[in-house]
Design a protein around this ligand. Structure first.
Ligand code: BTN
Length: 336
């Protein structure tokens, strides 16, 4: 019986042969073995070895003497799964997927230093030191969440960088809205909430000179298939997952693809128009508008009523008879 690694091809990686073979079968659902052998220049043993390898990756194929039929894909964030029919132009054209990393943001920032192309992404099944904003940690258990970081080299001024987090939250809200229609909210500037509990977080890290952005790493964590009981005590009251909300397990790769497509659209628009085109949706998703809030911005605390979000993404606070734009800070909603 031939082993997959015994298939030798000059200049072509085995992984790539199996990847192409899998995509070919998947696109057509059922394909005759003979046709696969001809198309991929494999003898019968080699084809059988490659199909076994695809099975080892967690794909289910139905094999008969004549045909191969695609049955289903594993719920894994592999480059094969995330890349299949992604159809973006920039974001996710280079996918690096890992089982366990410290933090996907750290990996992408290393890749950025060594010249990786814009739009490269790193996904992980698990993070041992997932990082959140303000030095917090991000709960990153194995194979239940989405942990992804995206490398950007945007043509914008450093002062426009905060808008990248806001456009990311819009892409996330648009991605989750079909999953929990009418329930998704953005807690300004960029936490995504469902039922008042956090379901996604965004950590944007900037590398810049005084007047020029070198690169940006946008890290996104989505709680997808965790059960309520999975969350540790310190975040149990404030965190939720899509599974808890919908009572269904979701396919993480499909969800990630949908996010990457939405992200690409928002990112290209942001570089052209800023947040001008997004203001209507920012208002629609906002969990703040009309509420009395307290904003902690550096050393300063300010209280007022959140009345709007402007075209730069700033929260407009009504305070002392004036409308004050706030461009950064931690918001808490005051009891009415
Ligand atoms: C927050 O505090 O709300 C931001 C959380 C961001 C978590 C994501 S998970 C993928 C990426 N890698 C990290 O270490 N953090 C971000």
């Amino acid at each position: 019986m031939k082993k997959f690694r015994d298939i030798v091809r000059s200049g072509e990686k085995l992984q790539d042969i199996a990847d192409h073979l899998l995509a070919y079968i998947r696109d057509r659902k059922t394909v005759a073995r003979e046709r696969l052998q001809r198309r991929f220049k494999l003898d019968a043993d080699e084809l059988a070895a490659a199909l076994r390898e695809i099975g080892n990756w967690g794909y289910r194929l139905k094999l008969s003497a004549k045909d191969v039929t695609f049955v289903d894909a594993p719920d894994l964030l592999t480059a094969t799964e995330v890349g299949y029919q992604l159809k973006t132009r920039l974001i996710g054209r280079h996918i690096h997927s890992y089982r366990l990393v410290k933090s996907t943001n750290d990996l992408v920032s290393q890749m950025a230093e060594s010249g990786a192309p814009e739009g490269s992404i790193v996904t992980a099944e698990q993070q041992s030191q997932g990082r959140g904003r303000l030095g917090r940690t991000w709960f990153s258990p194995e194979s239940t969440g989405i942990y992804v970081s995206i490398l950007l080299r945007p043509h914008i001024k450093p002062e426009q960088a905060p808008g990248l987090s806001i456009m990311t939250s819009l892409a996330l809200a648009d991605t989750l809205d079909p999953v929990a229609p009418g329930e998704v909210q953005i807690k300004w500037p960029n936490d995504i909430l469902i039922g008042g509990k956090k379901v996604c977080g965004v950590l944007t890290e900037l590398s810049a000179e005084r007047h020029r952005i070198l690169h940006v790493v946008v890290g996104v964590g989505i709680n997808v298939n965790q059960r309520a009981a999975d969350f540790p005590a310190d975040i149990k009251r404030t965190a939720t997952s899509l599974r808890v909300v919908t009572k269904k397990k979701l396919n993480r790769a499909e969800l990630l693809k949908s996010f990457l497509r939405n992200f690409e659209r928002e990112y290209l628009d942001y570089q052209k128009y800023g947040l001008k085109k997004s203001q209507r949706r920012l208002r629609k998703y906002s969990s703040m508008l009309g509420k009395s809030v307290r904003i902690l911005s550096g050393e300063n605390v300010i209280e007022g009523v959140a009345v709007d979000i402007d075209t730069s993404g700033a929260l407009i606070l009504y305070h002392g008879g004036k409308r004050i734009p706030i461009s950064a800070g931690e918001v808490s909603i005051l009891k009415q």
